[in-house]
Design a protein around this ligand. Structure first.
Ligand code: SF4
Length: 346
């Protein structure tokens, strides 16, 4: 490295041919790794991890089978990140004197002698000196969500996070024979921003387990039906409740039997706005890809001490300074969400 250039605030980073080759290779290796992870074909099993969410009986069926799409790279990156957070917590607990037993064990929820859901265990923690054991499920989340989760009540109040409660109930059932202690389990939350942990003890809830078994059995038998029968099944279970359905990602493909969403404004005729929305949809994917690459470049550059750098064909400048904290004054907030007709989120 040229010390004088560094002193003058100019740094030639080694991104010439070998650097570029490495970057291209890393990116294409990861792309092919993630392509293998992208399961296009639906997997015809009810998953104990998401059986509880949401209360609508057919949501899982629609999400996982009827309108299943391959995951985007960004979603797979998030899954992979979640796995790494889980491994980090396990390593920490092992260093702190616990054994992590039955890692990634597969299990089944049975109802009337039939497997109705499959489960995949994080671990059973064993305290090394007493040999006490307890089932443990590890979840990582953004700092803003983590800060809101301070009691079991906070979790159950959120339809999304209440599924962790149901997941643990289903796991207590699926892994019953591997558990010396069967009365409850630990949910361990990890803050992705600062690595802090929170722990919740969740007691076994036999009533909820029975409800979940009925739900899983119902979906399971629908999966074995021929297509026309499945349509009848779906029609019979649509909640058809505007308050629930209008928040659902699957409103358009599911077609619940509710009055059309009340639209207060119809600007079909305003061509420029419709055209802009079409243009916006076209560049959306490119914008997301830009944001992903931009973040990687800037994260990499933040690690280097420089003011001005020549990197390949680009001059990059870095300014650093102190940002004073401030509170945003109260005021009206306007948010606009745009969804294409028929668009389904992952
Ligand atoms: S639109 Fe309504 S009925 Fe259809 S999956 Fe969503 S919540 Fe269930």
């Amino acid at each position: 490295m040229n010390a004088q250039a560094v002193e003058q605030g100019q740094l030639q980073l080694p991104i010439g041919d070998p650097g570029q080759r490495w970057i291209t290779m890393l990116d294409s290796r990861l792309e092919s790794y993630y392509s293998k992870e992208r399961k296009v074909s639906p997997c015809y099993q009810v998953r104990a991890s998401s059986i509880g969410y949401p209360s609508c009986q057919i949501y899982q069926m629609i999400k996982n089978w009827k309108f299943k799409r391959p995951f985007s790279r960004n979603t797979l990156e998030r899954f992979s990140d979640g796995n790494w957070h889980e491994r980090a917590v396990i390593t920490l607990l092992e260093d702190a004197g616990f054994n992590a037993l039955h890692r990634q064990l597969d299990g089944e929820v049975k109802f009337r002698n039939k497997t109705v859901a499959t489960a995949h265990l994080d671990t059973v923690l064993q305290e090394r000196s007493t040999k006490d054991q307890i089932l443990a499920e590890i979840k990582s989340m953004k700092g803003t969500q983590f800060d809101k989760m301070n009691s079991l009540g906070d979790m159950l109040a959120s339809p999304w996070y209440a599924q962790y409660y149901d997941q643990i109930q289903a796991y207590l059932e699926a892994f019953n024979k591997h558990l010396p202690f069967k009365d409850g389990a630990l949910l361990i939350l990890k803050n992705k921003s600062d690595s802090c942990l929170k722990y919740f003890y969740i007691a076994k809830d036999k009533g909820r387990i029975l409800e979940l078994k009925h739900k899983a059995a119902d979906i399971h038998q629908a999966l074995e039906m021929p297509e026309p029968k499945q349509e009848e099944w779906l029609a019979a279970r649509r909640v058809n409740n505007l308050e629930t359905c209008e928040k659902c990602d699957y409103f358009v493909p599911c077609k619940p039997n509710v009055e059309p969403l009340p639209l207060e404004l119809n600007i079909e005729g305003e061509e420029s706005l419709a055209e802009l929305l079409r243009e916006r949809a076209k560049v959306l994917a490119a914008g997301q890809e830009f944001a992903r690459i931009d973040r990687r470049v800037k994260d990499a550059l933040k690690k280097h001490p420089f003011k001005r750098a020549l990197i390949g064909d680009f001059v990059v400048e870095k300014t650093e300074g102190f940002r004073k904290g401030f509170t945003v004054p109260d005021g009206n907030r306007v948010e606009i969400t745009i969804k294409a007709i028929g668009e389904v989120s992952e």
